[in-house]
Design a protein around this ligand. Structure first.
Ligand code: BMA
Length: 908
């Protein structure tokens, strides 16, 4: 997408939100999404420097102040170029929103009316017709305020003032003699580095900047505002609690909470729509309602239920329920499954794995972060694209990480439908918060009840986790120690507050409201055991690869945890995505716009990325090559780790790499970029997470172990083939062995020293290829190299491509004369989806890939570019010879010579 179209994209979204077009309201519900305007609040200090924001202008609700400023052309696109520093004033200002509305007639005559605010970010003062209704202080809570008697038939004035969260909290934080740990200090001076306020606000942590995203401390009415009116009763909630789910039958309880205006008898009916569409009356009863809150429990038994399974283990049938009471209806959907977090003790510690419907499931997936800096812009189509990508890459779990927001209902609907299990963090992304403060804790508990109630019917949720990395930050990163030294009494209070919130309070909310789903106090951890982040017990984050001391990826082979919930390597997104925020002339490894979109080490993360490129491929200083090789290094490194985790089953039962997606276009650990485009890693993930696969893991000392991986619940027969060949195609060995794979297993079938595989062959010019073919499964293949790519003697790259039309699609035929590693097929700026990419072709191998595109054949041919590792690492002279030798019928597109990689940094 060009810069122009990115701008249009942003504007288009804002416009769609401004019209509030698609917001459907249930009877008795009046959505207040029209006529909103906003301005910088009068009297605010930011007006001196930003008088342009003083006038009332059109606003979108739901929305954010950044979105509104951009739609009104008061700020540039926050994603394009490097505008961040100049936009920090927005987070320091107070913002005023207002609208006027006529009350629907039904609301005027109703016995009760509530104004419901599903999301206010964050310190919001709400006024209706001049009367203060609410002081809100938590972006994650739903605020419900009775307004009967306060409404006018015509022209009600609703006004919301959103206070700067930084300005509001700074005095309190600055007054602390000893601070508690925050996350990323602002490089922009809008907040002192030694008084970070973010962790004192119940607001998405990443708004304050993270190591993959910008700092945009936004504010806004980020979820709908609804006027709800009723005469007799309101159904507050319908919980579908799964008490027992087995093959033969399921017992669930439909729990209806009702807010009744007056007491009296009512008939309650519960309708069930089975996955096949059959609707039946599941329960019916006469109930005596009290005035006020009521709880009705309706037991439902389902014989031979159609059970919900994670992707790869069965289907995702969903049951719908509708409750009807006094003429009022409410509905909910669920999938029937039994989920357990199994913690079995053994001589090393305790296991950590999920069993669904009794099946121990090896969790394969990634961590998800927010899908945009500005949540209201996230469309269902965007969520679908990323979550379908997860499912398509053979993932079965995402961990929805704690530094963002609780994802929308749409996210969980999609996860339910796609069979993606969700490990759900509470929104605590790191650092420490004032949990010693009773009011703060009460606020969090209210938030947790709101969120657990909202999400508990989703079969995808398998775990509620207290926070991200707070326990290890306190115990091992120096924070606890420093505070103890500075002020032992305060340190004690901070830790006790932590234990109270994450050890007791949130656990209790999940036990009371969660419908039987397990709670885990922190990731990584061992649920508050003395030692956290140990391979022996619980879950683990491993960052000594990428993070300090930045070991090479081979170090992953030495770490064998119970469940690896974070590990990662960065890469830049594809060129087309980079072009969306930086002009070509601005693109260079150390250019300002590129560094502005590289948040690791405050812009200097490319040095770290270069180190990882260098470990394997050698140094490159040309930006395009750096992008390409960075992706290759990321993909190969994560593949090594993931396969090691899978091969360590059953000790290891999960592998979630960091990270699935992005908040904006930039460098990060993601495998799918902000536009939804796959990096090389995501193509690799589809192969290394395949249910049936071979792992061939070589240590730097020269020992290769081969494991067969079977996530299927049935045994499989197949054949394992070993070939040893030279890079230019000489076959030195070819053996086939029949193999049997037990269900749900990893089995090590062979181990070799280099010499066993190589014999007399040159390690710099030889590979071993392991290929598993199992009945009914796609072939799985791993190529073992005996030296780093930079130390191999690459023969002349001789990769050919031709593009042809094939019915509605195109097909690109690839043929490699010599081994082609990391082949990347690219169509530049054209919209074209290639069925597979980031491939390694063996000498003489041909591969045909489907290409879906609306573009014409000639345009696609013109745009088609190929790259492979040898293009950059083989001798330039031979590369030239190879390109001359090509038949005219083939497009020769990979004529990148080694000379290019020595080219200097593109000047900014
Ligand atoms: C982990 C995460 C995030 C962070 C990532 C990459 O610690 O929990 O906080 O973005 O590493 O550094």
């Amino acid at each position: 997408m060009s810069m122009q179209s990115l701008l249009r994209f942003f504007l288009g979204l804002c416009a769609a939100l401004a019209t509030g077009a698609a917001m459907a309201a249930a009877p008795g519900q009046f959505v207040i999404d029209k006529g909103w305007s906003f301005r910088l609040a009068p009297g605010n200090a930011q007006l001196d420097t930003h008088p342009e924001a003083a006038a009332w202008r059109a606003a979108a609700v739901p929305g954010t102040v950044h979105g509104d400023l951009f739609a009104n052309k008061l700020i540039p696109d926050p994603y394009v170029g490097a505008p961040e520093a100049a936009l920090q004033w927005i987070g320091l200002a107070d913002w005023e929103y207002r609208t006027r509305f006529d009350a629907p007639r039904s609301a005027m005559s109703a016995a009760r009316s509530d104004l419901v605010f599903a999301g206010l970010d964050t310190f919001a003062e709400v006024w209706l017709n001049g009367e203060k209704l609410l002081d809100a202080n938590n972006a994650f809570r739903t605020w419900r305020v009775p307004v009967q008697g306060k409404l006018r038939a015509r022209d009600n004035a609703l006004r919301i003032v959103l206070r700067s969260p930084i300005a509001k909290l700074l005095p309190q934080v600055q007054a602390m003699p000893n601070k508690i740990a925050g996350n990323y200090p602002s490089p922009y001076g809008d907040e002192p580095k030694d008084a970070m306020t973010g962790n004192f606000a119940r607001k998405p942590g990443y708004h304050y900047g993270w190591d993959w995203g910008p700092r945009y401390v936004t504010a806004g009415i980020w979820k709908p505002v609804v006027l709800e009116s009723w005469d007799a009763l309101r159904i507050d909630d319908l919980q579908l609690r799964q008490d027992r789910v087995e093959e033969a039958r399921a017992d669930i309880a439909a729990i209806v909470t009702v807010d009744a205006v007056r007491e009296g008898a009512q008939e309650v009916r519960l309708w069930q729509t089975a996955p096949d569409g059959k609707r039946s009356l599941a329960a019916q009863r006469r109930v005596e309602l009290r005035a006020g809150a009521n709880r009705i429990e309706l037991p439902v038994r389902i014989e031979r239920p159609q059970r919900w399974f994670p992707a790869g283990y069965g289907a995702q049938p969903l049951y719908r329920y509708e409750v009807e009471l006094g003429g009022v209806k409410a509905g909910a959907r669920t999938g029937l499954r039994k989920v357990e977090l199994r913690r079995d003790a053994d001589d090393k510690g305790k296991s950590f794995y999920f069993a669904v419907n009794g099946i121990p499931v090896f969790a394969k997936g990634a961590n998800s972060i927010p899908f945009d800096m500005f949540q209201p812009r996230v469309s269902k189509a965007k969520l679908r694209r990323v979550l379908e990508s997860a499912r398509d890459a053979n993932m079965n779990m995402v961990r929805s990480w704690g530094g963002g927001y609780y994802e929308s209902d749409e996210f969980f609907d999609l996860a339910d439908e796609l069979g993606l299990m969700v490990w759900q963090d509470f929104m605590f992304g790191g650092g420490m918060q004032p949990a010693y403060d009773d009011a703060f804790r009460a606020n969090v508990v209210a938030e947790a009840r709101d969120q657990v109630r909202r999400l508990r019917n989703h079969p995808s949720i398998v775990l509620w986790c207290g926070n991200n990395e707070e326990e290890i930050a306190w115990k091992y990163w120096g924070h606890g120690k420093t505070l103890k030294e500075a002020d032992p009494a305060f340190a004690d209070k901070v830790w006790k507050g932590y234990v109270q919130l994450f050890g007791t309070d949130l656990r209790k909310v999940v036990a009371e409201e969660g419908g039987g789903i397990a709670y885990w106090s922190s990731s990584p951890g061992d649920d508050l055991a003395e030692v956290a982040n140990t391979p022996a017990s619980g879950d683990m984050h491993y960052w000594e690869v990428w993070g300090n001391p930045a070991h090479p990826p081979s170090k992953y082979l030495e770490i064998t945890p119970r469940f690896m919930s974070e590990y990662g390597l960065q890469a830049w997104p594809v060129q087309r995505t980079i072009d969306a925020f930086a002009k070509r002339s601005e693109q260079g490894i150390a250019s300002p716009v590129i560094e502005a979109h590289q948040k690791f080490l405050a812009g200097k993360g490319n040095e770290r990325l270069m180190k990882y490129v260098d470990y394997e491929f050698g140094e490159t200083r040309d930006f395009a090559d750096f992008v390409y090789l960075g992706q290759a290094a990321q993909a190969e490194g994560i593949e090594l780790a993931a396969l090691h985790h899978r091969a360590s089953r059953p000790f290891t039962m999960g592998s979630l790499y960091w990270q699935l997606n992005d908040v904006w276009p930039g460098a990060s650990w993601s495998s799918v970029d902000w536009f939804g485009r796959w990096k090389a890693l995501h193509f690799h993930a589809r192969r290394f997470y395949a249910p049936v696969a071979v792992a061939a893991l070589r240590t730097p000392e020269g020992r290769t172990s081969v494991s067969l991986l079977n996530d299927r619940t049935r045994p499989l027969k197949g054949e394992l083939r070993l070939r040893v060949m030279s890079l230019d195609g000489k076959l030195l060995r070819d053996e086939r062995t029949p193999v049997e794979l037990a269900p749900l297993s990893a089995a090590r079938v062979a181990a070799y020293q280099d010499a066993d595989l190589l014999g007399q062959a040159d390690p710099a010019a030889t590979v071993a290829v392991f290929e598993l073919k199992a009945e009914g499964e796609p072939a799985s293949r791993r190529v073992v190299y005996f030296k780093a790519a930079k130390d191999l003697r690459w023969p002349e790259p001789a990769l050919r491509a031709s593009l042809r039309r094939d019915g509605k699609h195109y097909v690109v035929d690839l043929q490699a004369a010599t081994l082609a590693r990391g082949v990347w097929v690219d169509f530049g700026d054209l919209d074209a989806e290639v069925a597979d990419n980031a491939l390694t072709l063996l000498p003489q191998e041909r591969v045909s890939l489907r290409v879906s595109s609306k573009a014409g054949l000639a345009a696609l041919r013109k745009a088609l570019k190929l790259r492979s590792v040898a293009d950059l690492l083989a001798a330039p002279a031979s590369a030239k010879r190879a390109s001359q030798a090509l038949p005219a019928a083939w497009l020769r597109l990979d004529a990148l010579s080694a000379g290019r990689r020595r080219a200097g940094v593109t000047p900014p």
